[in-house]
Design a protein around this ligand. Structure first.
Ligand code: DAH
Length: 358
């Protein structure tokens, strides 16, 4: 191998060893740059005779061409490699499952609340909302549960560190019953003219609009096990007029239960009980005649005829206005409807449980 062939071979080795385009440019300078080997050889021709110059020049040009070819091939190889790396990095596996937006859904208890509202609305009931931080008067006193009355201990109440203007502690309402009095006050105020006209009418023919309302919402008690949660839901009901009786309660509540559970194979029982705000009072039990719960009496609500003291606290005359109230547990209704046996599942926020209700 002559000197020029070795030079081309050396250049090819150097170029092939260059791992990046920058390395390659450095290697190129060594051979083809201004101070490179080819330039050096050209300068060396100055001393040669004319015909020697000719053949030497041609040989150097062949070597130069060889080096340039080697450079071009390596450039192309590096560019190909870079492209391959880039393509690998940007590769798209079209067989992978797509990324979907997670699907949400209503909480099972929210579904129940919506059902309750829809059913009672269809029976002409208004739906009312009220504060969860409630005054002592609304939670107890107005409901015929005066201070120190033993019935107050029926509820293990969370008392809040907030005092009202009257200096009496507020509480996280232990039931939705305070909404009876709150709503009645709003109702009487809204229809004040009609209530006054009715009161002034000696014939008794003029009637003020009846109160017909449900009040669903969150309630709180110091209680926690598989069937009790410190936060739970209740739904209050109140129907008050001049001629509303227990018979109406029975019709309304039977209708509600049959619609809610989508079953006519369902019977109700009113079991005597005690609540300070009703007299007489009854526990409402239901019994399915078919299905997995058939034959068992299941307690679903407390109820009764609104106590005269409560009617008076509503700003109404108990000699004229009479009716019934009830309080039920939407959480329990949800458990019965879906066959859930642990109340805590509703409030743990576990998607494996909740997504079953989507
Ligand atoms: N407030 C009662 C409770 O928390 C439930 C209740 C019973 C509500 C009888 C009523 C009623 O309106 O008439 O257990």
């Amino acid at each position: 191998m002559n000197e020029l062939d070795s030079l081309v071979a050396a250049a090819r080795l150097d170029f092939d060893a260059a791992a990046t385009p920058a390395d390659l440019e450095n290697a190129k300078a060594k051979y083809l740059g201004k101070a490179g080997r080819i330039t050096e050889l050209m300068k060396g021709m100055a001393a040669l005779a004319v015909d020697e110059k000719k053949s030497r020049g041609a040989a150097i040009n062949v070597a130069k061409q060889g080096i340039e070819n080697a450079l071009g091939e390596r450039r192309q190889a590096l560019a190909d490699e870079e492209l391959a790396v880039q393509l690998r990095a940007e590769s798209l596996d079209v067989t992978l499952p797509g990324r979907r937006r997670a699907e949400g859904g209503l909480h099972p208890v929210s579904r129940t609340l919506e059902r309750i509202e829809a059913i009672f609305s269809s029976m002409g009931f208004d739906v009312a909302d009220g504060p969860e931080l409630e005054s002592d008067w609304h939670s107890f006193t107005s409901l015929n549960n005066p201070p120190n009355h033993p019935a107050r201990s029926m509820q293990d109440t969370f008392y809040a560190d907030v005092n009202g203007e009257d200096g009496i502690a507020y509480n996280l309402r232990p039931h939705t019953s305070p909404m009876q009095v709150r709503y009645a006050h709003q109702h009487v105020k809204k229809h004040a003219a009609q209530f006054e006209a009715a009161a002034a009418d000696p014939t008794g023919q003029l009637k003020a609009p009846e109160i017909r309302v449900i009040a669903p919402g969150r309630t709180y008690r110091v209680d926690s096990d598989a069937t009790h949660s410190p936060m739970f839901h209740q739904c209050e009901g109140l129907w008050l007029g001049e001629n509303v009786s227990f018979k109406d309660l029975k019709v309304v509540f039977t209708d509600f239960c049959r619609t809610f559970f989508e079953s006519d194979d369902l019977v109700l029982r009113f079991r005597p009980s005690f609540f300070p705000f009703t007299e007489p009072s009854a526990e409402i039990d239901i019994q399915f005649q078919a299905g997995p719960l058939a034959g068992r009496w299941l307690e679903v609500a407390g109820s009764g005829q609104v106590h005269p003291n409560v009617v008076r606290n509503m700003g109404l005359d108990p000699e004229r206005y009479i009716g019934f109230a009830f309080g039920m547990g939407p959480d329990r209704l949800t458990m019965l409807r879906y066959g859930v046996n642990d109340l805590r599942l509703f409030f743990d926020g576990d998607l494996r449980f909740l997504s079953q209700f989507r």
